[in-house]
Design a protein. Structure first.
Ligand code: C2O
Length: 480
């Protein structure tokens, strides 16, 4: 019988899952960073920057350079390895916690709970057990860290519906595509930080990182995120949503490419501190890892009269068969800070591109109408940035928030600083987002409210705190 990862919000007052989690965290925090099963080593697997380690002790011993190079700074982002790598990471972390729970006399079937923040208003509040520095008996609460958004720790609303929205991710037909958007992210090699990200990685993943963290919190940066005990419940939920996505449509399939499945393996340590490696093929089925989720039901209302499509794979080949064609670009290197801005994108090439695509499509019935894709390319910043809501064609002087019909999506910008530094692993080209604006186009053009030669893109800051200035490399519009 597989262990069950349960919903943290419905554990009930007698449940001991979080009590044992706290006990294990305490024990792991008492281990030195040189111990692979310590709290800090585990967080460093995600990322580690010595100069920015909030728990650094001067002159403390670190693992050898070889160990650090092999096991630390491994997290896979902006990549089709995002989901499987974090699944492996959760698995070994959970094994380490479980071993400690059992060691202290706790349940042998202990499993991490997940935080399903998308259900309703209440579920978006930080789970209660994580809010207070002290337990009722006056002892330290190891589930608490002060380095979070103040409203989050206070049990107030700190995230809104757009931060936890699931429709965009769960309705993606494909795990991976050439140019996006897609559920799981682009084909990459090892990618600590790559250029483009899958929809789930943006929302709710990156947005909840930023919302929990606020301006200074640990969840807001790769190198500190996993020091926060809530990180692991957040990632359990994303891991769960992977299964929800697979279940909700037979066309939803994992990549079959051998490069994804078995040619790359990632190093970890098991609960005994022994080195191990894992491949994606080893984690596709969670029962092989001895866990299952309490609930993998479809959270989206079933659209009336629409049967699930079995066409995912076919759509992927069609989508990729004709690469998107750019029909307009903005000025380059537009700066955006904490006030809304508009970026103009002239789209003079739309008519010619539509003609070419119609001629190219040998079986035009597959794509009756090409998608209109908005790309925000190479966003860079040197520090933590705000999140931005993206709207298209807001009338002059109007308040964008009054125009939900023109809302294209929310940019999380989690990891923007990490993506902006040039390292030996990547070029520091920043983050790139692809938003499908076809639904907006269809609605507005039907209403006679669409100028085919021009698109205006508004970026509206979301968070109350001031973020770093962001440079938008350029904005482009494609037919794809
Ligand atoms: Cu590797 Cu949520 O981050």
């Amino acid at each position: 019988m597989a262990r069950v990862r349960r919903n943290v919000l419905t554990l009930g007052s007698q449940d001991q899952t979080l009590f044992w989690y706290g006990r294990a965290i305490e024990a792991m925090q008492n281990r030195p960073i040189t111990d692979p099963t310590s709290w800090r080593f585990q967080a460093a697997i995600h990322d580690y920057i010595r100069a920015l380690d909030p728990l650094a002790v001067s002159d403390e011993a670190l693992p050898s350079r070889d160990t650090r190079n092999r096991f630390w700074r491994q997290c896979q982002h902006n990549s089709w390895f995002f989901l499987p790598w974090h699944r492996m990471y959760l698995h070994f972390f959970e094994q380490i916690v479980l071993a400690e729970v059992v060691n202290q006399g706790g349940p042998k079937d202990w499993a991490l709970p997940y935080w399903d923040y998308s259900a309703d208003f209440e579920s978006r509040l930080l789970p209660e057990a994580f809010r207070n520095a002290m337990l009722t008996d006056g002892s330290q609460n190891f589930l608490f860290v002060v380095a979070r958004d103040a409203d989050c720790n206070a049990g107030n609303q700190f995230a809104d519906e757009q931060d936890v929205e699931l429709k965009d991710a769960l309705t993606q037909a494909n795990f991976t595509t050439q140019d996006g958007p897609d559920f799981g992210g682009p084909r990459t090699r090892f990618a600590h930080s790559g250029p483009r990200l899958g929809v789930l990685e943006r929302v709710p993943h990156g947005l909840m990182h930023g919302a929990v963290a606020g301006e200074f919190g640990w969840m807001g940066a790769f190198n500190t995120a996993a020091l926060d005990p809530i990180f692991w419940l957040h990632h359990c939920n994303l891991d769960r949503l992977w299964q929800v996505w697979l279940n909700r449509d037979p066309g939803h399939q994992n990549p079959t490419d051998p490069f994804w499945r078995e040619e790359i393996s990632f190093p970890f340590h098991d609960a005994t501190g022994t080195e191990v490696t894992m491949r994606c093929i080893d984690v596709e089925d969670t029962s092989a890892l001895d866990y299952a989720y309490e609930d993998v039901g479809d959270p989206l209302p079933a659209p009336a009269g629409v049967a699930p499509s079995a066409a995912g794979a076919t759509e992927e080949s069609m989508v990729d068969a004709i690469p998107p064609e750019v029909i307009g670009i903005s000025d380059t290197n537009v700066q955006v800070d904490n006030t809304p801005i508009r970026i103009h994108v002239p789209t003079p090439a739309h008519a010619a591109a539509r003609g070419r695509r119609a001629a190219l499509a040998a079986a035009p019935s597959f794509i009756t109408e090409p998608r209109l894709l908005l790309q925000l390319e190479n966003l860079t910043a040197s520090g933590r940035a705000n999140a931005y809501d993206v709207y298209v064609n807001i009338p002059d002087g109007a308040d964008p928030t009054q125009h939900p019909e023109r809302y294209a999506g929310r940019l999380d910008l989690f990891g923007i600083a990490e993506a902006s530094h040039t390292t030996d692993q990547h070029l520091g080209t920043g983050l790139t987002y692809t938003l499908n604006i076809s639904p907006i186009y269809q609605e507005l053009s039907t209403a006679g409210d669409w100028d085919p030669d021009n698109i205006d893109v508004s970026l509206v800051p979301v968070r109350k705190w001031q973020g770093d200035t962001v440079t938008v490399g350029r904005v482009s519009v494609s037919l794809g």
